[in-house]
Design a protein around this ligand. Structure first.
Ligand code: 6PG
Length: 247
């Protein structure tokens, strides 16, 4: 199922997305599962994490009975504001006293010497927890159509030999990152896209239009059960139109 939800502003977008995520967590838990959820970085992440935390106070979802992961992470020091896990831990996981063994941070430059080791350790942890089929993957979308740290034209977009991959030349700083691979992003039961702003409009139109995957990595991730697009009007403004620069 492909569910397009267009919102007037960020507040209504994150309210909808947060309620949706909490409902999916509660449903999995009602079925006796401890869900695996991969969060994202980017500009929508922080208000999203704050809203999930706020709404969780009177929701059946138990955030302590979730395994929390990240779709991608920057390979920087543990206390760097550049870390994608920073706002999730500060706003969502720490206040809810989520057990440390349920918070799967990607190794930092304080933990290991190189990004390839960080990616290999993350992949091994994913396998050990059986998390290669996530319940939910939350993804931002870059103006170039990247998702997680899978960037247009880079070999990682089509790599299928590992659950997590190192990136050393991200066009979006910082350059070194770890990313879930496309098979993991496509193996999730549900994918939730979060995007705002006119700069994302062409990429989102391309993402929802058939074409080469390496050109627009956002064409790749789709839930095996559902895919939800939470967009503001500006980000959705080119949907249904072909980009003028495409012959
Ligand atoms: C990262 C993010 C990245 C982000 C998109 C959208 O590590 O940078 O995970 O994939 O989600 O770049 O970010 P913005 O919403 O800030 O444009």
């Amino acid at each position: 199922m492909d569910d397009l939800r267009i919102h007037d502003d960020v507040a209504s977008l994150v309210a909808d997305a947060a309620a949706w995520l909490l409902d999916r967590i509660a449903s999995a838990q009602a079925e006796g599962r401890t869900p695996h959820v991969a969060l994202t970085g980017g500009s929508v992440a922080e208000p999203f994490h704050a809203e999930v935390a706020r709404r969780s106070l009177d929701h059946a979802a138990d955030l302590g009975r979730v395994h929390w992961w990240w779709g991608d992470e920057r390979f920087v020091p543990s206390d760097s504001d550049d870390r994608n896990d920073a706002s999730a831990i500060r706003l969502l996981l720490a206040p809810n006293e989520v057990p440390a063994d349920h918070v799967h941070r990607v190794a930092t430059t304080d933990d290991v010497t190189d990004v390839a080791t960080a990616a290999a350790l993350y992949a091994e942890e994913l396998r050990r927890h059986g998390a290669t089929e996530m319940d939910v993957v939350v993804l931002g979308v870059g103006p170039d159509g990247h998702v997680a740290s899978l960037f247009p034209g880079q070999a990682q977009v089509e790599a299928d030999d590992a659950e997590a991959l190192p990136v050393t030349d991200s066009p979006k700083p910082p350059p070194e990152r770890v990313t879930l691979s496309m098979p993991v992003l496509r193996g999730a039961r549900a994918v939730l896209f979060l995007a705002t702003g006119k700069s994302k409009a062409p990429a989102l139109a391309d993402a929802r239009t058939p074409g080469p995957l390496p050109d627009v990595p956002a064409r790749g991730p789709r839930g095996t059960v559902e895919t939800v697009w939470c967009l503001d009007r500006a980000a959705a403004s080119a949907l249904g139109q072909r980009r003028p620069d495409v012959p």
